[in-house]
Ligand binder design. Structure first.
Ligand SMILES: Cc1cc2nc3c(=O)[nH]c(=O)nc-3n(C[C@H](O)[C@H](O)[C@H](O)COP(=O)(O)OP(=O)(O)OC[C@H]3O[C@@H](n4cnc5c(N)ncnc54)[C@H](O)[C@@H]3O)c2cc1C
Length: 388
């Protein structure tokens, strides 16, 4: 593959996993020009998935779990945010007023946590600093109400129980079922209940936060039930970090849409949680760690070589750790129906299971506590590998 565009000045906005992977990919494919990375957080890139797992329950280090250092040689602006993009001038503006010109741009600004209020008793976890704030509060063992029973909510509930907090979790339907399907969802619910989490099936109508920082914070459900706690943690999804693009003309209905190679246009690509990719059901985001890596590789190569870059070919992979369960899945989730048990754990871990769902509409595999490399798990999902 040859680099057919003469870029001299590529800028990457966002220094998470997508931004870092883009920088490495550009360099590994021969880009030798200037590279600047604008990272809104004061930290070098770190493991975001660890925030709701090891980091919350940890009592020791306050450092993020940094990703291995990269030698991309970029000029890095840490703790600065891009606030505007001027397409005519091919320039971005930072929050300190500085302008950075570019001839190629990678947009990797990720997303932020949705919340009900700005009250200090409502927590959310998107950044390392968010996780440290919540961790500090949890170690006082407050009663915690978690809103949302997806992976993030359940992982935070698990960590809060480990610390000794009373935990109530509100979710419409069984937690995790909308992500994994009823079979694995019920295993997660059972594990949560067994560890003392009160699960409430309901939909939040309103969060009533006190005027002061001290008063009780109350969650009103659509059923009329009220749930109170010392703190609430909202895990109700994320919103793409696209405000800085609002006047750029790049957004369609507020969405940054890309093609199958991550291109927004010939000189601008996007990857990670900010990017809406074409699918059979319209443009969708894939807010997953491994998806961000694959998208960043595809998009930055497409920036350099255009159509010569292969389109994104991502087979979904996702993992969660909660209530003593480690579940890793690949394929078409959520899945329905009973799985086939493909393999069981050995003596050291007899409860471990390797599961597979197959049929006209689904092809998926799950390793529940079962040790298997990701590429093999992907092959189990597609039916191309079965352990003997
Ligand atoms: C707590 C938590 C746990 C998770 N666990 C899992 C998991 O177990 N498995 C899994 O697959 N996925 C998990 N995810 C999702 C996964 O972490 C994301 O999909 C992934 O981090 C997306 O990478 P990204 O680089 O696109 O965005 P991000 O990681 O969000 O990085 C974007 C960076 O850009 C910065 N930024 C934003 N706006 C600007 C701006 N205007 N200027 C400059 N910089 C800006 C942000 O501050 C951030 O540092 C988890 C997410 C969270 C929050």
């Amino acid at each position: 593959m040859h680099v057919d565009r003469n870029y001299e000045n590529i800028v990457i906005v966002g220094y998470g996993i997508a931004g870092m992977t883009a920088a490495d990919t550009l360099r590994s494919h021969g880009y030798q020009g200037r590279l600047a990375i604008v990272g809104g957080e004061p930290h070098e890139p770190y493991s975001r998935p660890a925030l709701s797992k090891a980091v919350l329950a940890d009592v020791g280090t306050i450092e993020p779990q940094y990703l291995p250092a990269s030698d991309h040689g970029a000029r890095v602006f840490l703790g600065n945010r891009a606030v505007a993009l001027d397409l005519k001038r091919s320039s971005i503006t930072l929050d300190n007023g500085e302008h950075i010109d570019f001839d190629g741009l990678v947009i990797a600004s990720g997303s932020s946590a949705k919340r009900f209020t700005d009250h200090p008793r409502e927590f959310s976890v998107r950044s390392h600093d968010d996780a440290l704030r919540l961790r500090t509060r949890l170690h006082d063992q407050p009663s915690v109400v978690i809103l949302g029973g997806g992976p993030l909510g359940m992982e935070i509930a698990s960590a809060a129980r480990k610390i000794g907090c009373a935990v109530t979790l509100v979710h419409r339907g069984p937690p995790m079922a909308s992500h994994l399907g009823p079979y694995l969802g019920s295993r997660c619910s059972e594990a949560a209940r067994a560890q003392g989490v009160e699960l409430i099936d309901g939909r939040v109508a309103e969060v009533c936060a006190p005027d002061s920082a001290d008063g009780p914070i109350t969650v009103c459900l659509e059923s009329g039930q009220e749930v109170g706690g010392d703190v609430i943690v909202s895990t109700i999804g994320d919103a793409p970090e696209g405000d800085w693009l609002a006047d750029s003309g790049l957004l369609t209905d507020g969405r940054l849409k890309v093609d199958t190679r991550g291109r927004v246009n010939e000189h601008i690509v996007a990857a990670g949680d900010i990017a809406w990719l074409p699918t059979a059901d319209g443009h969708e985001r894939q807010p997953l760690w491994t998806a961000a890596i694959e998208q960043a590789k595809t998009a930055s190569l497409a920036l350099l070589v255009g159509d010569e870059a292969p389109p994104l070919d991502f087979q979904s992979y996702f993992w969660t750790e909660q209530f003593g369960l480690t579940i890793r899945v690949s394929g078409d989730f959520p899945v329905h129906g009973e799985p086939e048990v493909v393999a069981r754990g050995q003596k050291a871990n007899p409860d471990a299971l390797l599961l597979r769902w197959s049929g006209d509409a689904q092809s998926a595999a799950a390793a529940v506590g079962y040790r298997i490399a990701i590429p093999k798990l992907r092959k189990v999902a597609t039916g191309d590998f079965l352990p003997s």
